[in-house]
Design a protein around this ligand. Structure first.
Ligand code: SF4
Length: 946
């Protein structure tokens, strides 16, 4: 047993240890929570936990202050003042749930599209998505659209997985590690532990980031790249590797579509698509005879170069020939990209050489036989020990999808995906598009959707459009011509589209843990206006807002009805393989949170509330034939829900007696088994399945046996991405459906089936328009988005933020440390305090993310430094770009996935001629705190006296 009972602890005065999962960031480490009575006294890392192995960061240990935050909501609230004021009255749960049921029920009976249900950084998306599907609205997503969907979607489309929770570097075996644009609050402890291992072994770490903080500060080499040019740097590395012939040809032939033939028929509707056999199998040409054959032909030696004639007389060329022709172009030579990226040609050439040397001169060989999906036996596992990791820094641009694809192309060309020393998939990944759903829409009154909202379109035929072929079906316009592959939805567009009633108005906006009235919106000031705007009748344009959060965030003041959530120590949660897994490359893992302390407020876990609402609304799957609730609460759901027979939210201790893993009937004792094991389940893969999972028979069999797959799924890495070419054909008017005229040029230009680079949209004319500098945010290691500012310990690390300005820009503008400066963009102007810094790209300003707060929110005083001197760059960003030549305002997003292009921001800076006044601007009026003021002093004792 890993814990003792509260009764025993109370009887002998000892504290007890309860093992659960941290939620101070998205990393999900195991923690030991020391409890005395019903009080948390201390939090430490769980040494047995697969994620952190006992390591705890500053945020994790400060969880104690999060749990006792004075900003915690205490009871359901009903708005009494105007929206945004923060005036509420407390109501009972029954009244709150009755009201929510009335609002939601009316919408479901008439037009379910009029509910927009979006969740922020919660970790229960498989459950919330299932609920929204049963409700029947097409308008559901989580926060991926404004976070890192470019990274996730590019990875899934290219190779069936991506960085972070989908995979990890082989820390033990890699010989060179390169990290691009990684935030310090994501995968935090595993990366720190991994970097420690690399340092111990003397492995070189190269950091690519405009700003040298965090991981980049301890990198052996830092490349201070210009924002939005990572794709150009990566493709220049590809150019050099191709030029030197340093690519893994055998890997390309075995695992990628490099030999597949692409039709060359410029006037035809098939131009640029794969040549296929009658049964749809891609074709290749025999290297020896030139004969055309199915790519699946056993033993065929396919050509990577040449021009071949298909049976119907059309010409075709292997993908690799197109690829080599494209990237060997002088436009991708190091000298051609040096000025734009800010990285010298000599440095780019040297790093390409270092990659080649690590990959091909220090290969890692493991004497482990394995069998591939074609049945061929391999006696060894041979690895190319170069590992990469990347995150939001390269993806939150309007060219982010193609940049992320370019990075995967680089990895694949040197053969370093899921091999010893390279990048490794974590179970349940890889999951290629072939095994993923398509998006579902088609809302009807009182009816569930036919399938999950979010998916991976294979071409224009999978878009969610009205009958006119143009109007978006979803309120965020995901899966429309605006952003066809928006696999995570576009949460950042919901409020502005609902306010504009484009494509339609909504009745209820229902959100969970998403601070859209502040740091989670691209233009916080405008979004606050939209949430409070009234129509000609004096009614709010967005009529009803239901919001659930544990804390008094800025968004709370803008809701009509508040459903107060618990803290992470008071709730059940499920870190599920159906959702955002915590597996390690060598083990399938999932975990739980459970109430290690009981709430002392009248609050309820949001997922339990959602199930309660589902039962009141009589949603399918949530009530039985008599209309009685199937699930008592979220814990009951976690144990008894089955997504398909035998497969549920948790993989461990399934079956009536708890002896099955992955597949098995529900086990009523399952949660206790997790608790007894420290809050997690970990099952190791067999040695034969540890690498090459994209092509490994042992992995496929194991994944099927353990409920991760229903059958074998072919995973050929897609260097050339045919779905993008299908969209181009539509834009060229050669295939149906044809997009509206105003979308065509963008699709033709940006939807290149081979990874490409184009300037971020905000760069068009920015310098000429007087905005010569970039401005970006970095996430501090000690904060997780806006949460940290209510935390008495973490506030002492980042109580306010400054704008860091390169020395040369300071000199040019006459700026010194602590001066106040005016920073402007096409969308507005802010007043901020500056600090001089040299370890930053010379054309880039930056600050810490989400430190600035609105007075009154988070139980902060009106004169708290976060509210007076802190600031957000969000006030300078807009969901829409300035009008271009055609008069239209395009979304400030990636045109392929719709990812919010946060880091495309262009600005100008000058010294404020009026240095008086210690306030950043804009100074948003204080909101009334619905939880009252925080105490002046927060004291916490070790257990004797509070
Ligand atoms: S890295 Fe994140 S999950 Fe892990 S201890 Fe720190 S805050 Fe908690």
């Amino acid at each position: 047993m890993n814990h003792i009972s509260r009764a025993d602890a109370a009887a002998d005065g000892r504290s007890e240890i309860r093992k659960t999962t941290c939620y101070m960031c998205a990393c999900r480490c195991g923690i030991n929570v020391h409890i005395k009575g019903n009080k948390v006294h201390y939090i430490e890392g769980n040494r047995d936990h697969p994620i952190n192995k006992g390591v705890l960061c500053a945020k994790g240990s400060a969880g104690i202050m999060q749990h006792y935050s004075p900003a915690r909501l205490k009871k359901p609230l009903l708005r009494t003042g105007e929206r945004g004021e923060g005036k509420f009255k407390e109501i009972e749960w029954n009244e709150a749930l009755d009201l929510a049921t009335e609002w939601l029920g009316e919408v479901r009976r008439t037009d379910p599209r009029k509910l927009a249900f979006f969740t922020g950084r919660d970790q229960s998306q498989s459950m919330t998505g299932w609920w929204a599907q049963a409700y029947g609205t097409p308008n559901y997503a989580a926060h991926g659209g404004f976070c890192s969907v470019n990274m996730a979607a590019a990875g899934i489309y290219t190779m069936g997985g991506a960085f972070w929770e989908f995979g990890a570097p082989d820390w033990e075996k890699t010989e060179l590690f390169m990290i691009f644009g990684v935030a310090e609050d994501h995968d935090s402890n595993p990366i720190k532990m991994g970097l420690g291992k690399l340092k111990e072994r003397g492995v070189k770490v190269i950091g690519v980031n405009p700003v040298r903080t965090g991981y980049n500060a301890i990198a052996d080499e830092w490349l201070g790249i210009a924002p939005g040019t990572d794709g150009l740097l990566i493709l220049a590395l590809v150019h050099e590797l191709l030029r030197a012939g340093k690519i893994d040809v055998d890997y390309l032939l075995r695992y990628t579509n490099a030999p597949w033939l692409v039709i060359d028929d410029p006037e035809g509707a098939g131009h640029g698509l794969f040549a296929r056999s009658e049964d749809g199998t891609p074709l290749v040409a025999s290297r020896d005879s030139g004969e055309i054959a199915a790519s699946s032909t056993p033993g065929i030696k396919a050509a990577l170069k040449g021009r071949f004639t298909l049976a119907d007389g059309r010409s075709a060329t292997p993908v690799f020939e197109l690829l080599a022709g494209k990237y060997l172009d002088p436009d991708y030579a190091p000298a051609a990209v040096a000025e734009r990226t800010g990285i010298s040609a000599a440095t780019i050439a040297r790093i390409a050489d270092e990659i080649a040397k690590a990959a091909f001169e220090r290969e890692v060989i493991i004497d482990q036989p394995w069998t591939d999906m074609k049945g061929e036996r391999h006696e060894q596992m041979i690895g190319r020990p170069v590992a990469f990791h990347a995150m939001r820094g390269i993806s939150a641009h309007s060219n982010g999808f193609q940049t992320c694809r370019a990075l995967h192309l680089l990895q694949i060309l040197v053969g370093s995906i899921d091999c010893p020393g390279g990048f490794r998939f974590k179970p349940p990944y890889p999951r290629p598009v072939a095994g993923q759903p398509r998006p579902h829409g088609g809302a009807c009154a009182d009816t569930a959707l036919a399938g999950p909202h979010l998916g991976y379109p294979r071409g224009p035929e999978d878009l969610l459009l009205e009958a006119d072929g143009e109007t978006a079906e979803r309120i965020d316009k995901a899966f429309s011509w605006d952003a066809p592959l928006s696999a995570h939805g576009m949460m950042h567009m919901v409020i502005s589209n609902a306010h504009a009633r484009d494509p339609y108005g909504i009745d209820v906006l229902f959100m969970y843990m998403a601070n859209m009235a502040w740091n989670s919106s691209m233009n916080s000031s405008s979004v606050m206006d939209m949430l409070t705007d009234k129509d000609e009748n004096g009614d709010y344009v967005i009529p009803k807002i239901i919001y659930s959060d544990a804390y008094s965030s800025e968004m709370v003041a803008f809701a009509d009805l508040i459903l107060p959530d618990t803290t992470y120590l008071e709730r059940h949660d499920c870190i599920s393989l159906l959702d955002r897994p915590i597996s390690e490359p060598e083990a399938m893992c999932d975990s739980i949170r459970w109430p290690v302390v009981e709430p002392e407020r009248d609050v309820r876990g949001f997922q339990s509330v959602l199930l309660d609402l589902g039962a009141r609304l009589k949603l399918p799957g949530m009530v039985d034939e008599q209309g009685t609730a199937i699930y008592k609460d979220y814990a009951d759901y976690i144990v008894h829900h089955q997504r398909k027979p035998g497969v549920g939210p948790l993989s461990g201790w399934r079956g009536a007696d708890g002896t099955k893993t992955g597949r098995g009937e529900p086990n009523p004792d399952q949660l206790q088994r997790y608790i007894d094991n420290g809050g997690f389940s970990q099952v190791h893969l067999p040695a034969e399945a540890l690498y090459f999972k994209h092509a490994n028979r042992a992995w496929s069999d194991w994944a099927i046996e353990h409920g991760l797959q229903e059958g074998p799924v072919e995973n050929i890495f897609q260097l050339y991405l045919e779905p993008l070419r299908k969209f181009q054909l539509s834009a060229e008017g050669k295939a149906k459906p044809v997009p509206p005229e105003h979308h065509r040029e963008r699709i033709r230009r940006c939807f290149d089936p081979l990874p490409c680079w184009y300037p971020p949209f905000a760069d068009d004319g920015s310098e000429a328009d007087g905005y010569p500098l970039h401005a970006i945010t970095q996430r501090p290691a000690a904060m997780y988005h806006s949460w940290g500012s209510q935390n008495a310990w973490l506030r002492q690390i980042h109580g306010e933020n400054a704008l860091y300005v390169p020395g040369a820009v300071c000199d040019q503008q006459g700026l010194s440390d602590d001066d106040w400066a005016l920073v402007s963009s096409p969308s507005g102007e802010i007043r901020v305090r500056i600090r001089r810094m040299e370890a930053v790209n010379g054309s880039t300003l930056w600050t810490w993310n989400a430190i600035g707060k609105r007075a009154g929110a988070w139980a902060l005083d009106n004169d708290a430094p976060e509210a007076t001197r802190g600031f957000l760059l969000n006030h300078l960003i807009d969901e829409l770009l300035p009008p271009k030549g055609d008069g239209r305002r395009w979304a400030n997003s990636d045109p392929i996935t719709g990812q919010a292009a946060w880091f495309d921001l262009r600005v100008a800076i000058r010294r404020d001629p009026d240095q008086s006044g210690e306030r950043s601007l804009p100074a948003t009026a204080a909101q009334k705190s619905p939880v009252g003021p925080a105490p002046d002093t927060v004291a916490f004792s070790g257990g004797k006296k509070p």
